[in-house]
Design a protein around this ligand. Structure first.
Ligand code: CA
Length: 227
């Protein structure tokens, strides 16, 4: 059974989450604050954590940092719509994904399953070296991209960016994470680099670069690859 630690201080939302998760055969441990969450995380070893960022006793980002101090349990953040800085801080601290309140239960469950699946099938040596979409194919081993039967030429920077995105399908990668990984810089004011390179990648890979299907922008936050 998949165990979910639900860290949320709104009792109505907790009730709805518990009912829906239990109906789908998840084991649920509710925690109304950060201190209880950390205690239960140690005691119950959850498979996934649902974390509200606005907790009565602690900043949710500090809960993420504490959880990351011990391990790789997937963390799905529940966040208010307007708080995009907060979401970015949570992702940079090690959260895996976020769902914006108010969310539909179906969306939440889909994200939850995806987060659990990603940790389950993340082997040390990746088994999948081929990432295929309807429109292009990425061979991670040969470092080749083929679109409509033809090789696509990518610069090393474009390749690096694409590789990071396609190896975490469905996952939001923040601007800061990409800048750090590809350019080794942490200044978030260099997001224009990202915009330029993402535009180039889309021109080379997307059928309609102005309406991308695979290389998705999350405004103000980062990018996501959808297979
Ligand atoms: Ca709250």
């Amino acid at each position: 059974m998949t165990r979910v630690l639900v860290v949320e201080d709104d009792p109505q939302l907790v009730r709805a989450l518990v009912i829906n998760l239990q109906a789908r055969h998840f084991g649920v441990d509710p925690a109304p604050d950060g201190a209880t969450a950390l205690r239960l995380a140690a005691a119950r070893q959850p498979d996934v954590v649902l974390l509200d960022l606005g907790l009565p006793d602690m900043d949710g980002v500090d809960v993420i940092k504490a959880l990351r101090g011990w391990g790789r349990v997937p963390i799905l953040v529940l966040s208010a719509r307007q708080a995009s800085d907060e979401k970015v801080a949570a992702l940079d601290a090690g959260a895996d994904d976020y769902v914006t309140k108010p969310f539909s239960m179906d969306e939440l469950l889909a994200r939850l399953r995806a987060a659990v699946r990603r940790t389950e099938d993340t082997p040390l040596v990746p088994e999948t070296t081929l990432v295929e979409t309807e429109h292009f194919r990425v061979d991670l081993l040969a470092k080749k991209v083929v679109r409509q039967g033809r090789d696509v030429r990518l610069t090393p920077t474009e390749w690096h960016l694409l590789e990071i995105l396609v190896t975490s399908p469905g996952r939001l990668i923040t601007q800061k994470q990409l800048l750090q990984e590809v350019w080794g810089i942490s200044q978030s004011n260099k997001t224009n680099y990202l915009r330029v390179y993402m535009a180039q990648l889309r021109r080379k890979l997307e059928t309609d670069p102005s309406h991308p299907r695979h290389l998705i922008t999350e405004p103000g936050m980062g990018y996501r690859f959808e297979g």
